[in-house]
Design a protein around this ligand. Structure first.
Ligand code: DHB
Length: 394
């Protein structure tokens, strides 16, 4: 059976937030795209991801007309709490840099984008198989088989790999044309969803001699929390009592007591820093996790992905509007600037808050010195606040 040919302007592999947001921004400029995704829409909706949106991400969702649900159902957070050595220190974002973040899960961002693309008649194919990309340096093609078993070839002016950290698109770039930067960390996060009331109004990032813990939230009745663990940890070895005992050791004390409840979900999240440069090869552009991964501390992943596609959409707009390739040509350099700032911030937050396996007295005391140098200085606090809420500009 012959492949059915579809012709479009931009073929996008991956219907996560990066792929869908790009398709949405292009549609607003009258630029056609087809988005192809191997997961089902339901599978993406059921994956629990991080929950913090920078103000710039929120503005783009609202101003570009995706949805204002984030403003109605998300929670604006004007600060976070840093805990160490039995002390609590609030970093007041609003007062320090005039900005806030929103607690609004990535899953909801996906649902808003998917609903908007559907309402606008966007061509999004979920649950496809046998995807492959061809002729990246000529007129690119994206092959796939749809859920009914029909084979397609999407021929496009450009191809965008927004296909996540295990990107197929990225792997098609020749070795000689790329540099890959990796950093491994000797720990992971044990993440839970628990049925319990909120323990605090804002997020708590806790450094303790027993390791790091993060107290985050989801709704009035469901909370999200993490504790630093060994990457080889098996969730099956952790019953509710053992999990709560670990959290208590790390965050309870000085009048604070975590509100506990049944654990609904548990997962071990690996830590990795990764950057692929450049983020372009011929007619292929990479966006989001396909090109970079940050450790979760500071929740930069989704925010970077959204910033990538904002710049990429501007590049395509200028290409189709005034036949200028300047913005597309500088896309990789411009987006990597923010990616490396976020790599540094995530690495810094991670190293400042986590306990290195085998840490000696010097390393622990030095770490407290570092935390004090942040919380005791307006400049230190403002550095954290600016990075956490999202650097101005691009
Ligand atoms: C969440 C995750 C993060 O990595 C973070 O830094 C803050 C919050 C979350 O899932 O809520």
């Amino acid at each position: 059976m012959a492949r059915t040919r579809i012709t479009t302007q931009v073929a996008i592999m991956g219907a996560g937030p990066a792929g869908l947001m790009l398709s949405h921004l292009l549609a607003k400029q009258g630029i056609e795209s087809v988005v192809v995704e191997i997961r089902s829409r339901q599978a993406i909706e059921e994956t629990v991801r991080a929950g913090i949106l920078e103000h710039g991400t929120v503005n783009l969702l609202v101003d570009s007309g995706v949805s204002d649900r984030v403003l109605r159902e998300g929670d604006r957070h004007d600060g976070i709490e840093l805990r160490f050595n039995g002390e609590s220190h609030r970093i007041d974002f609003k007062e320090l840099v005039g900005e806030s973040v929103w607690l609004y899960p990535q899953t909801d961002v996906f649902m808003d984008l998917a609903a908007r693309r559907e309402a606008d008649g966007g061509d999004i194919r979920y649950g496809v198989t046998d995807t492959s990309v061809h002729e990246l340096e000529g007129r690119p093609k994206l092959w796939f088989t749809d859920a009914e078993g029909q084979e397609f070839e999407v021929e496009a002016d450009f191809l965008v790999g927004a296909d996540g950290s295990r990107s197929h698109c990225r792997r098609q770039i020749p070795e000689a044309a790329r540099t890959q930067y990796f950093h491994e960390y000797p720990f992971a996060w044990f993440g839970i969803l628990a049925e319990a009331p909120r323990s605090a109004d804002e997020l708590i990032y806790a450094n303790s001699e027993h390791g790091f813990a993060l107290i985050s939230q989801r709704t009035e009745t469901v909370q999200r929390m993490y504790f630093q663990c060994d990457p080889a940890e098996d969730v099956a070895d952790w019953d509710d009592e053992r999990i709560w005992a670990e959290f208590r050791k790390r965050v309870n004390g000085n009048g604070f007591e975590l509100k506990e409840g049944p654990v609904l979900e548990k997962v071990v999240l690996p830590f990795r820093s990764f950057v692929h440069a450049p983020m372009r090869h011929g007619k292929l552009f990479l966006a989001g996790d396909a090109a970079h991964t940050v450790p979760p501390t500071g929740a930069k992943g989704l925010n970077l992905a959204i910033n990538d596609v904002r710049l990429l959409a501007e590049g395509f707009e200028s290409f189709y509007g005034s036949r200028s390739s300047v913005l597309l040509d500088s896309y990789s350099d411009r987006t990597l600037e923010r990616v490396w700032k976020a790599q540094h911030f995530s690495y810094w937050m991670t190293s400042m808050l986590h306990t290195l396996p085998g840490a000696d007295d010097f390393s622990r005391a030095r770490q407290l010195g570092e935390l004090r140098s942040v919380v005791s200085s307006r400049h230190g606090q403002a550095y954290l606040a600016e990075a956490y809420t999202g650097w101005p500009g691009r």
